[in-house]
Design a protein around this ligand. Structure first.
Ligand code: FMN
Length: 387
């Protein structure tokens, strides 16, 4: 068996505070600090704890040249332990799964720090609402109690600033003002398929294609995209769409059609609940749109590029704003969130980790008659102002 180090990894020295009775009895503060070294690899979803000797050895190990298992028992034991953690990869069929995932990251053109950031900011099994409730950080009052007041809502005005004219009667202003993130959906009222189709046509459909040379095509959409690459795909979770069986679909931007995908084990509702990390105010939207990036398309041009991942998240922001606008124009409520269990979506949609990935989830549907969960609507655009 031959082995080598995974190529992209970072060591994080972690210090965790803990109660130390001995330190307290000795007249100290009673707070001790436990140090550990955590290695984060771009192909592994969770950090691995390693001892200092193994860590130094790992850093010195080649990520390019294969080497045979050492004969010396202690060194051999160390290599086997690091192989078990996935920080080393081998050509042994027993480690083929880990080696294939690592190879996939090697072959991609991720900028290493972005790969580490994306991999380790993905959630799996997080219940964000439960976490917020447990830490009592649900409301603005909770936040102020814990953290003090926030920095000012806007920076100080300049004394030499020039006043600007206003154009309040512009119809576009009225349209933009009518948008508010919806956290109160009527999940019993179906969204007619033509309304969903219209939204997809306006936001995500390719309006035209440009072939720069044989087989090399760029799409023109109503939203901008870095490098005109349009690497974002939308997967539609149809919970309640009139004229469409409930299920998961992939939206095809050039064909303007929905391709069915096998629904993950369990029902659609529990998939949405897990996908949205427990945010029940979003999970019951009749339609969810999972924004998935085809990283390879983006990294074809932006190879190992420090700005590529930032540009991708900006692309996702443009999609979500356009979804808000298109939904609002049809009288539908909409939302966007990044507080999602990406790993859940990857499994459900059968995505290839680190080659394709989820950036955000949007949703649309009819608003409920009653506001149960808070929304930011101080101008009373959606809900009657209560004084
Ligand atoms: C990138 C992004 C992530 C968001 N994530 C959440 C979220 O996890 N949960 C939520 O309830 N709202 C989320 N929102 C909605 C914001 O809370 C909302 O935009 C903000 O409160 C302002 O309200 P408005 O959209 O009605 O103007 C998100 C918005 C954006 C742009």
């Amino acid at each position: 068996m031959n082995f080598r180090r995974c190529r992209t990894m970072i060591v994080e020295p972690v210090e965790r505070a803990h109660f130390d009775l001995d330190a307290l009895l000795a007249g100290g503060s009673g707070v001790g600090f436990e140090q550990s070294l955590q290695v984060r690899a771009a192909h592994l979803p969770a950090p691995c704890t390693v001892d200092a000797v193994s860590c130094l050895w790992l850093l010195q190990c080649s990520a390019e040249q294969w080497q045979p298992l050492p004969a010396e028992p202690q060194a051999r034991q160390r290599v086997l332990a690091l192989l078990e953690q996935g920080l080393l990869v081998s050509d042994d069929p027993a480690h083929a799964g880990a080696a294939a995932v690592e190879q996939q990251v090697r072959d991609s053109q991720w900028w290493p720090l972005s790969a580490l950031h994306y991999q380790h900011s993905r959630w799996d099994g997080v219940d964000s609402v439960g976490d917020m409730e447990r830490s009592q950080l649900m409301t603005a009052q909770d936040l102020v109690r814990s953290f003090g007041p926030p920095p000012a809502e806007a920076p100080a005005r300049r004394s030499d600033a020039r006043p600007l004219p206003r154009c309040d009667e512009d119809p576009m202003q009225a349209q933009l003002q009518a948008r508010a993130t919806c956290r109160n959906f009527d999940d019993a009222r179906a969204v007619p398929l033509p309304m969903l189709a219209r939204l997809l046509q306006q936001v995500l459909m390719a309006q035209a294609q440009v072939e720069t040379e044989p087989g090399v095509r760029f799409l023109k959409k109503n939203i901008p995209s870095a490098g005109s690459l349009h690497p974002l795909e939308a997967y539609v979770v149809a919970r309640n769409v009139e004229g469409l069986p409930p299920g998961l679909y992939h939206y095809h931007a050039t064909a303007h059609e929905l391709g069915p995908i096998a629904v993950p084990p369990g029902d659609l509702d529990s998939f949405c609940q897990r996908l949205l990390a427990g945010q029940h105010w979003f999970a019951n939207a009749p339609v969810q749109l999972i924004l998935v990036c085809r990283f390879e398309r983006m990294f074809w041009k932006y190879r190992g590029h420090a700005k590529a991942y930032r540009a991708l998240t900006l692309d996702a922001g443009h999609v979500s704003q356009a979804i808000y606008s298109a939904a609002t124009a049809q009288g539908l409520g909409a939302f966007v969130t990044a507080a999602i269990n990406e790993a859940e979506a990857e499994r459900g949609l059968g995505l290839q980790p680190m080659a394709e990935g989820v950036l955000a989830v949007c949703g649309v549907g009819w608003r409920a008659a009653e506001r149960v969960t808070a929304e930011l609507d101080p101008l009373g655009q959606v809900w009657p102002v209560t004084r």
